[in-house]
Each structure stands twice: as structure tokens, then as C-alpha cells.
Design a protein around this ligand. Structure first.
Ligand SMILES: *Cc1c(COP(=O)(O)O)cnc(C)c1O
Length: 463
């Protein structure tokens, strides 16, 4: 037993198995596993209770921007906890919330003028959906129409796990079971070039998938409140990187059909795709922008829904009060840490360091590009992913799913032993390093993953 603990590592695991329940975990399997028990972190490194160090290859599931135990964030946290940790935002306000609000609006696309805080991405999405509904309802009422009540979203979309967000989502494995509880959105195929919805080979792509989406938006426009998308990158849906032009085409269609556009940048916000917000890359200005995850650099739960003055005005007029709020809305500790996060992100100009880091991943992964069981290598910003493809001889056999999940399990386990913590997403393996990771650290993550994949997959048979 170490100085810091009242429990041994084994005690923690045993008590966890006995009493806790983990998100997105097959608990039958979890009870047999030997999970990492994280004790501390420093920069891009995590240390478990056995003293084993691992690179944080998923940025703690896409939230960490600046590394663990970042002095500026620690300082902001200490400063605020020396004043007050939390007081309600219902009926009072505070400096941290105001400063962060100003900062968010100054960084986000023009036209967004209001910030509504919440404490996770799912609820921030719900808030966007409710606000869009309220604003649209006012317009419909003026015209004497019944209010539209459906959303348009993309297949393989992920907007969170609360029921409204589940209705907008379309990842069968996560969402199908809850179908009876939600109002499903109108969906269209995701622009996933690896599984082109139109069966086109890449050079023939004329973005016909976008036209398909646009015609569906037109067909359903009278029922729709808004179009909700994850711009450029559908992360949870399988790290799907969109072809250029898809986002702006959809945004244009929403605009011309008089529908609101909700950009769910919970995963993509704050530099992940190479620009501060993914929308910027196609000059898209949403009516509602949803942020969360990296907002506090991965320190504390905080999210925000930004909207235009037109939406604010519409809701202010009718119903006047937005009946939505959370106990920890605008938590002062989280606001201060978020503010410090955005300051460091700007001061260190981390966005400009991304291309070099991505090139380094490309170099390290070169041996994988030709591997027969690896395909669809893709990158955007500081997101790099590829898919495992079981050999065609077994891929139609009933055992192929087993092969795949066995491969990803073994790769995850071996990478962890070799000092890299990752989390495979179905057939997809990916790296999402904290933006602050050095070129060397990013290179090391990529090398460990590449070598592990080569070690686990059967060697390509020589011709
Ligand atoms: C993670 C995520 C959410 C949900 O955020 P939580 O904080 O996990 O509730 C919503 N949308 C997108 C695009 C996400 O990646």
C-alpha cells in the first residue's frame, strides 16, 4: 500500500466489480477484465496504481487539450476554490461565467451572441433542440401553422445519451434499443466515403450524397425544426471524416429551406479538426453552436449552447422564460478553468502546431498503409484513424466479427502494456492526442500503435 492510498490496486478493482457500473461497457466482460486503475497524470502521461505509465492516446476520450496537471488550469482552479466552489446560477451571476461568455463569443463564428451554460454535451444538445423548437414555434404561430417538431440528422450521428439527443442520434448499436422512447429524427446517409452511400469510387465523387441529403431536407421541410450535424467529423459514429463541401451544401440547404442549423461541435470544438471550430473550414455560420468536452481542457464538466440574437429574441418574446436549467449550471470552478484553457490555447497558438504533428503520425503509420488488413487511413486536424479489415476469406464467415473484436481487444491490451492507452471503436483504431502533446510524444503514440497492430494482425502472406 502506498502512502497516498487506503486501498490497494486489487481492492479498488474488486470493489469496482462488486458495486459500480461503467458506461459503454459490457459488464459481463468488464467483471473478467483487469482495467487500468488510474492514479495520476502529467502532461500526456497517465500513471496507474501499479506505477505503469501510459500515453493518453484518446485525450481521455477527446476532452483533454493541454495535458494533465496543467499549471495554468490548476492555478485557475485553486484561485476559484479559494473564493467559492459553487453557488446557483438561477437568480444570480458571477465573473467567471461572464468572462467565459465574452471569450466564447469572441472566438466563435460571427452572429452568435448568447451563451446558455450546462454541464455536459448531451444536455447542451438538448438545449439547442429546445431553443430551436421554441424559436421555430413562434414563427409557425405567427403564420398560423402547426409547429414543426422533428429534426434532420445524419446516419451514424451521435449527439449524446439523453433521450432528446438519442432521438437525433443514429448509431444503431447505441440507439436502436431506445427507439420506443424517443421521437426519431429524419435521417440521411452519412458522407462516409469508405462505405459510399451511392457506391461510388472516389474519383467519381461529385458529392451526390450531399444532393441526396438536400433533397430529403426539401421533402421533409414542413415537419422540420432544424438540421443538426457534427461538422466535418462524426467521431463516435466511427471517426468519419467528411468530404470537402458536404457541410456547406447541407448548411446552404437548411438556410434556403428556412430551417435552423445546429452545429454539434462537442467533439470537434476547440481545435480538434485543425481550426478552432470545424464550421470555420467551410465558412458555415450555424444558428446554434454546441460545445462541451474540451471546453475545460478535460478538467471539469461544463458545456455551452451558443445562439443568435434572433433565437434569443424569439424565445424572449414567447414564452419569455426558458424553462430549462441544471443544478450546476455555470459552475464557477469549471468556468474559471475553461477560461484559462481558452487563454492557453490562444497564447501558445497550438492550432499552428497541428500540421507537423499530423505529418509525424503519417510517417510513423506508413508501414500500415500497405497492410492488407488495414484500410481507410484518415486524418483531420489532430485526429488519426484507420480500420481493421478481416481478410475477405473470413469476412463473410460467422467468425469474422469475433476475429475483429478479438483483434481490437488484443491490440488494446498489448498497446497498454507497451505504454499507450487507446479505446478501439468497433473496427476503428484511432489516436486523438491532447493538442499540447509534442511532436515526439505524438510520434511515440503513433509508433506504439503501429507496432502493436503489426504484432497482433497475422503477417501479410508473401506473394
Ligand atoms: C461526446 C459527444 C456528445 C455528448 O457529450 P457528453 O458530455 O458525453 O454528454 C454530444 N455530441 C458529440 C458530437 C459528442 O462527441
Amino acid at each position: 500500500m502506498s502512502l497516498h492510498h487506503s486501498m490497494t490496486r486489487e481492492d479498488v478493482v474488486a470493489s469496482d466489480r462488486e458495486h459500480l457500473w461503467h458506461p459503454f461497457a459490457d459488464m459481463g466482460r468488464w467483471e473478467r477484465e483487469d482495467p487500468p486503475v488510474i492514479e495520476s497524470g502529467e502532461g500526456v502521461w497517465l500513471t496507474d496504481m501499479s506505477g505503469h505509465r501510459m500515453l493518453d492516446g484518446t485525450a481521455s476520450l477527446w476532452v483533454n487539450l493541454l495535458g494533465h496537471r496543467r499549471p495554468e488550469l490548476d492555478r485557475a482552479l485553486r484561485h476559484q476554490s479559494g473564493l467559492i466552489a459553487h453557488s446557483t446560477f438561477l437568480g444570480s451571476t458571477h465573473e467567471g461565467a461572464v468572462l467565459l461568455g465574452e471569450k466564447l463569443l469572441s472566438l466563435s463564428p460571427p452572429g452568435l451572441t448568447r451563451v446558455f451554460y450546462s454541464d455536459n454535451g448531451s444536455t447542451a444538445v438538448e438545449i439547442a433542440m429546445k431553443l430551436a423548437f421554441l424559436a421555430t414555434r413562434v414563427r409557425a404561430k405567427k403564420q398560423g401553422d402547426p409547429p414543426p417538431s422533428r429534426f434532420f440528422s445524419l446516419d451514424k450521428g451521435y449527439h449524446g445519451d439523453t433521450l432528446g439527443a438519442v432521438g437525433a442520434g443514429a448509431i444503431d448499436r447505441f440507439h436502436a434499443l431506445f427507439g420506443p422512447l424517443v421521437r426519431p429524427s429524419v435521417t440521411t446517409a452519412a458522407p462516409d466515403c469508405a462505405q459510399c452511400p451511392l457506391g461510388l469510387v472516389r474519383p467519381d465523387c461529385d458529392l451526390a450524397c450531399a444532393e441526396l441529403a438536400v433533397s430529403r431536407i426539401r421533402d421533409y421541410r414542413d415537419e422540420l425544426v432544424a438540421v443538426i450535424v457534427e461538422p466535418l467529423l462524426q467521431a463516435a459514429g466511427g471517426m468519419i471524416v467528411w468530404p470537402k463541401g458536404f457541410l456547406s451544401r447541407i448548411a446552404e440547404a437548411a438556410r434556403s429551406e428556412g430551417l435552423l442549423l445546429i452545429a454539434d461541435e462537442v467533439a470537434t470544438g476547440f481545435g480538434r479538426t485543425g481550426t478552432l471550430f470545424a464550421c470555420e473550414q467551410e465558412g458555415v455560420i450555424p444558428d446554434l453552436l454546441v460545445v462541451g468536452k474540451a471546453l475545460t481542457g478535460g478538467y471539469l464538466p461544463l458545456a455551452a449552447t451558443l445562439c443568435t440574437e434572433a433565437i434569443y429574441e424569439a424565445v424572449r418574446e414567447d414564452p419569455g422564460t426558458f424553462y430549462h436549467g441544471h443544478s450546476y449550471t455555470a459552475n464557477p470552478l469549471a468556468c474559471r478553468v475553461a477560461l484559462a484553457t481558452l487563454e492557453v490555447l490562444e497564447r501558445e497558438d497550438l492550432l499552428s502546431t497541428i500540421p507537423e504533428k499530423r505529418r509525424r503520425i503519417e510517417e510513423e503509420w506508413r508501414p500500415l498503409f500497405a497492410h492488407p488488413f488495414v484500410g481507410n487511413v484518415r486524418m483531420i486536424g489532430l485526429v488519426a484513424a484507420f480500420d481493421l479489415c478481416p481478410p475477405p476469406s473470413t469476412s463473410s464467415a460467422p467468425g469474422s466479427m469475433v476475429t475483429l473484436s478479438e483483434w481490437t481487444r488484443q491490440i488494446g491490451e498489448m498497446a497498454r502494456k507497451r505504454g499507450l492507452l487507446i479505446r478501439p471503436l468497433g473496427p476503428t483504431l484511432y489516436l486523438i492526442p491532447p493538442l499540447s502533446a509534442t511532436v515526439e510524444e505524438v510520434g511515440l503514440m503513433a509508433r506504439i500503435l503501429c507496432e502493436t497492430v503489426k504484432a497482433v494482425l497475422p503477417a501479410p502472406s508473401s506473394p
